[in-house]
Design a protein around this ligand. Structure first.
Ligand code: GTP
Ligand code: MG
Length: 553
């Protein structure tokens, strides 16, 4: 049976983004046809990596250069498509996808360096298209396969607000928010191109190197402009040659694995900083539990976090993507809740003692398991077959069903997005964060194994808490904001998502300024005495909030 709902298309025309809020009927396909569309994660990643290997990035004067660039580059091979975008509004780039990798090699053989002595003559698949010295004989083609113009522009707050206001229902608004802010095709392409640059750069020393995107760039929850999480893997096994009599001379790794990782990452970071074009602002965070190199790729405008060998995180992204594809409501609901959390100040792009987007997403998935819209991870594990077996970092079992086409049944739950949003706030407003932990693996709550303020079991490593960083004050703030949002949605005639997406002052401070500060200070301490007092303080705080709410009603 088909369901009607609205979809707001945004069209790219004449270099401008035109948002057409015309309502079109979207047929939400039956479970059967939706199932058939699912592309397994490995296939998707492999397709995107090959696409990146067949593509080059070229800086141009403006999008007007596209026809000339097309004509010039056609001599190197067949061009499948050209994608234009700008970085910081005024630097123009075109990503050209060729039909074959050999076409890119043709370009590399013909491209040149600037004829200056001060440069380090590094090669790669990122270029700039200089103006011709003499009039070229190449005729300028009118038939340029320019698929996207200005493809990475993020809608302004005003554009987004107007779009949301023109949607009829709150559920429509949630779909609109998702459709207009989600990471698009060019956003994914430039992220894989950013990863490909590192592979190409280090492939001389490590021919089997792979740099794999994970996190929101590939887990279905990425938005335009999101950061790029990368994992670099320098594998050493070439399965086909195991019986060869010629064995490479190599160096042995240090006995201290952590020190080896640090040295390796330091070298990688130095090379990136000093030799790789476009890479800037390299920061080494090598003493963290998961050491990372943070950097910016200025040609793609992407902020990157590079780690090494952390395959669990890649499988985690695969699991999240799987969940995001089980039901069409998952992504709009997660996008709305991430946006809400950002607006009310629960999340922050800087790391700290607050909840992260990742933890918040797990809370949403858990709620959808409670609503029987999503299966538990145990169910996905039971459905796994031999080819789904994966073990990360030699010990973490990451085996689960990987092909949704084999998920036997989908939900019969037809709750609307608006109802789910409200339901989420109600569910967690009443959740016993004090004694209960959330387990995506079991699809149920379990008793909290330790005193962490918020306990969300890592689905793949259940003994770990992904929200260990969250402080008691932040959990209190979360609860206050959950109740506030629930109350706002309950209030009559309120059918507008924007009411809960308003940035506002910290409610706790608003409600009982001085007293709450005292509570917050106490909560910030970690001693056992204070922990035993937490329940009483929570009661006091809820009491104040309820009184305040009653007064406003
Ligand atoms: P945004 O970057 O905020 O858009 O979302 P993200 O999902 O990419 O989050 P983030 O960049 O913080 O983390 C990237 C990925 O690392 C996540 O998607 C998870 O797979 C993984 N990750 C993040 N935090 C944790 C954690 O605390 N524990 C574990 N095991 N994995 C984590
Ligand atoms: Mg990320």
């Amino acid at each position: 049976s088909a369901r009607e709902c609205t979809k707001y298309t945004h069209t790219i025309m004449s270099g401008q983004r035109l948002f057409c809020n015309e309502r079109v009927v979207r047929t939400v396909h039956s479970a059967e046809s939706e199932k058939n569309k699912f592309i397994p994660f490995d296939e998707l990643i492999s397709h995107r990596r090959q696409q990146a290997a067949r593509s080059v990035l070229i800086q141009v004067q403006s999008e007007k250069s596209c026809s000339e660039l097309y004509s010039y580059c056609s001599q190197f091979g067949h061009i499948e498509g050209m994608h234009h975008y700008t970085v910081h509004h005024n630097t123009h780039f075109v990503l050209i996808e060729f039909k074959k990798v050999s076409h890119v090699e043709n370009i590399l053989n013909k491209a040149t360096h600037m004829n200056e002595e001060q440069i380090i003559p590094v090669e790669g698949s990122m270029f700039w298209f200089r103006t011709e010295k003499t009039r070229s004989k190449i005729s300028v083609s009118k038939d340029v396969p320019l698929l996207i113009k200005n493809g990475c522009s993020i809608p302004t707050d005003k554009e987004l607000t107007d779009l949301l206001l023109s949607a009829e229902t709150m559920s429509d608004q949630m779909v609109t928010l998702y459709e207009t802010t989600k990471l698009n095709d060019i956003g994914v392409r430039i992220r894989f191109q950013t990863a490909h640059q590192l592979e190409r750069c280090f492939s001389g020393l490590f021919p089997h190197i792979s740099v794999l995107p994970f996190g929101s760039s590939v887990n279905g929850f990425g938005k335009l402009g999101c950061d790029l999480d990368l994992v670099l893997r320098a594998t050493n096994v070439n399965e086909e040659n195991l019986n060869s009599r010629l064995v490479y001379h190599t160096k042995t790794i240090m006995s201290d694995e952590r020190l080896q990782t640090k040295k390796f990452m330091e070298t990688i970071a130095d090379t990136m900083q000093h030799f790789v074009p476009g890479i800037c602002n390299v920061r080494r965070i090598l003493h963290a539990r998961v050491p990372i190199i943070k950097y910016e790729q200025s040609f793609t405008g992407v902020e990157c976090d590079l780690s090494i060998t952390n395959l669990t995180a890649v499988y985690m992204s695969e699991l999240l993507r799987l969940y995001s594809e089980v039901d069409w409501r998952v992504k709009p609901l997660v996008f709305t809740l991430r946006k809400w959390a950002e607006c009310v100040g629960l999340t922050n792009s800087a790391p700290g003692r607050w909840i992260t987007n990742f933890s918040l997403t797990l809370l949403v998935l858990f709620y959808l398991q409670f609503k029987q819209i999503l299966p538990s991870l145990s169910t996905l594990k039971k459905l796994a077959v031999k080819r789904d077996t994966r073990v990360a970092n030699s010990m973490v079992d990451c085996t689960f069903l990987r092909d949704l086409n084999r998920l036997p049944e989908r939900t019969t739950n037809v709750t609307t997005l608006q109802e789910l949003l409200h339901g989420f706030y109600e569910f967690y407003s009443q959740f016993d964060f004090h004694t209960k932990a959330v387990s995506i693996r079991d699809g149920t709550t379990i008793s909290k194994p330790d005193y962490s303020a918020l306990y969300i079991c890592n689905p793949l490593e259940p003994m770990l808490n992904v929200s260990k960083n969250v402080s008691i004050e932040e959990v209190e703030k979360l609860k206050v904001n959950l109740r506030e949002a629930s109350w706002l949605l309950e209030s009559t005639d309120n059918n507008n998502l924007l009411t809960i997406l308003q940035p506002k002052k910290d409610l706790m401070t608003l409600v009982r300024g001085k007293r709450v500060v005292n509570v917050a200070v106490l909560f910030g301490e970690d001693s056992e005495d204070e922990k035993t007092n937490v329940a009483n303080k929570q009661k006091t705080l809820s009491g104040s909030l309820n009184k305040d709410r009653a007064r406003r009603r």
